[in-house]
Design a binder for this molecule. Structure first.
Ligand code: RB5
Length: 147
């Protein structure tokens, strides 16, 4: 199952991406918001990141104005590797090399079709393991050293 979440800037794009993932056969749990009234992106990011970290959801997509705030907030949750992407190459590499489990982008930065291309690149890519697993393990070690 995928998780999806957004702030007030990403409502329309959220529904487009949710439908796009569902058309791939994925179940998508929507953590909101449905409202275009100003909201605080870290609240949504925390809920979605916890769903991924707990294993309730395998991966997630987060949308705010830039994708930046969502990615910063989601990365505060242990076990989350959130990436902010505005183009497909980074999205692909973020899965292949970094095993990114949360994909973020900005509804004020990219268009709907680019967002779908970014999702496709990330979705279709596979983590390559090997030396990349070693490096992801080092990231986990950093988390373990945090108080
Ligand atoms: C909201 O104005 C905006 O700050 C938010 O959507 C996001 O871009 C933050 O990183």
């Amino acid at each position: 199952m995928y998780a999806i979440g957004n702030d007030h800037t990403g409502v329309d794009l959220k529904y487009i991406i949710k439908k796009h993932l569902e058309e791939k056969g994925e179940t998508v749990k929507d953590f909101g918001t449905e409202s275009t009234t100003a909201s605080n992106y870290p609240d949504i990011a925390e809920s979605v990141a916890n769903a991924v970290a707990s294993g309730e959801c395998e991966r997630a997509v987060l949308i705010c104005g830039t994708g930046v705030g969502m990615s910063i907030a989601a990365n505060k949750v242990k076990g989350v590797r959130a990436v902010c992407c505005s183009e497909p190459f980074s999205a692909k590499m973020s899965k292949e090399h970094n095993n990114a489990n949360v994909l973020c982008f900005g509804a004020r930065v990219i268009g709907n079709e680019m967002a779908k291309m970014i999702v496709d690149s990330w979705y279709e890519a596979e983590f390559q393991g090997g030396r990349h697993q070693t490096r992801v393990d080092i990231i986990s070690d950093i988390e373990k050293r945090q108080k």
